[in-house]
Write a protein that binds this ligand. Structure first.
Ligand SMILES: Nc1ncnc2c1ncn2[C@@H]1O[C@H](COP(=O)(O)OP(=O)(O)O)[C@@H](O)[C@H]1O
Ligand SMILES: [Mg+2]
Length: 249
């Protein structure tokens, strides 16, 4: 059913540092923005705890559908370490309009877009790309084991933090494609392979990749990817076991 009240259009909140949200959270900085809204780093006034606050543009969140979907999905995946942890939702008024805010853990790290942009040649070193890719495959396998899917896996929705030789990886921004299904899980697998391609420099560097890498990316041919790796589990198993034949490995 359509909502009877007219939804106000908001293109940007542009909240200043120090602005208070819902009486409880103080804005520290803008973390990012996208199609659905803007995300700020905030401090909880009572405890000083750092949190992330995603403010939904009302026109992307009719009847709170988007925020409710996101919150429920995060909550149902709370056992998956790769998924952002949900805290609760808040409402506040922005220029007189009610806006819903999703409060979650604050994830330290950088989105993969930024990592790629700041790397020489606009591509990550092969080891880094493979380490991040492997962690994502493990994470997707767990999400799919819960009969769920991500739905919008790309370089703007993955946060990465280096720790020693490791890369901690978190997924944000799960998307509603409808009831969980095998097709949605496979869509995630193809999106993940595409992400490896992007991390390794995309089209510009593809021809120069080693055979082992091409065997994973399959020239981005979806049917070939899915015939080799019909599930995230099969992809992860491949990554655990394949033989390096290229020189220098
Ligand atoms: N919990 C979080 N901690 C740190 N940064 C975050 C968090 N959630 C989102 N971000 C940042 O904000 C950006 C936009 O958030 P996202 O949920 O992807 O919004 P949109 O749906 O508008 O794309 C992300 O690309 C990421 O950089
Ligand atoms: Mg996003």
């Amino acid at each position: 059913m359509q909502s009877t009240t007219k939804t106000p259009r908001i293109r940007s909140f542009s909240l200043a540092r120090g602005r208070v949200i819902g009486g409880k959270y103080v804005v520290e900085s803008l973390l990012g923005g996208g199609w659905e809204g803007e995300v700020y780093r905030v401090t909880e006034r009572r405890t000083g705890a750092s949190r992330a606050a995603k403010l939904f543009f009302p026109q992307r969140n009719n009847d709170d559908k988007a925020v409710t979907f996101y919150a429920r999905k995060l909550e149902s995946l709370r056992a998956c370490p790769i998924v952002l942890k949900y805290h609760h939702s808040e409402s506040f008024r922005f220029r007189g309009a009610p806006v819903t805010v999703l409060i979650s853990e604050f994830v330290e790290g950088r989105i993969i877009d930024d990592l790629i942009d700041s790397s020489p040649g606009k591509r990550l070193p092969e080891y880094e790309a493979l380490a991040i890719f492997y962690n994502l495959a493990v994470g997707l396998e767990q999400i799919h084991a819960e009969r769920e899917y991500h739905g919008d896996l790309h370089s703007g929705n993955v946060l990465v933090k280096r720790r020693g030789v490791h890369f901690d990886v978190k997924l944000v921004d799960l998307f509603d494609l409808g009831k969980p299904s095998r097709a949605h899980a496979q869509y995630d697998v193809v999106a993940l392979v595409r992400l490896l391609y992007d991390m390794l420099g995309g089209q510009r560097w593809y021809a120069a990749q080693r055979d082992e890498i091409k065997k994973i990316i399959c020239g981005l041919r979806q049917s070939l990817i899915l015939s080799r790796y019909p599930t995230a589990r099969r992809l992860r198993e491949h990554l655990d076991q394949f033989e390096w034949r290229s020189s220098g490995a």
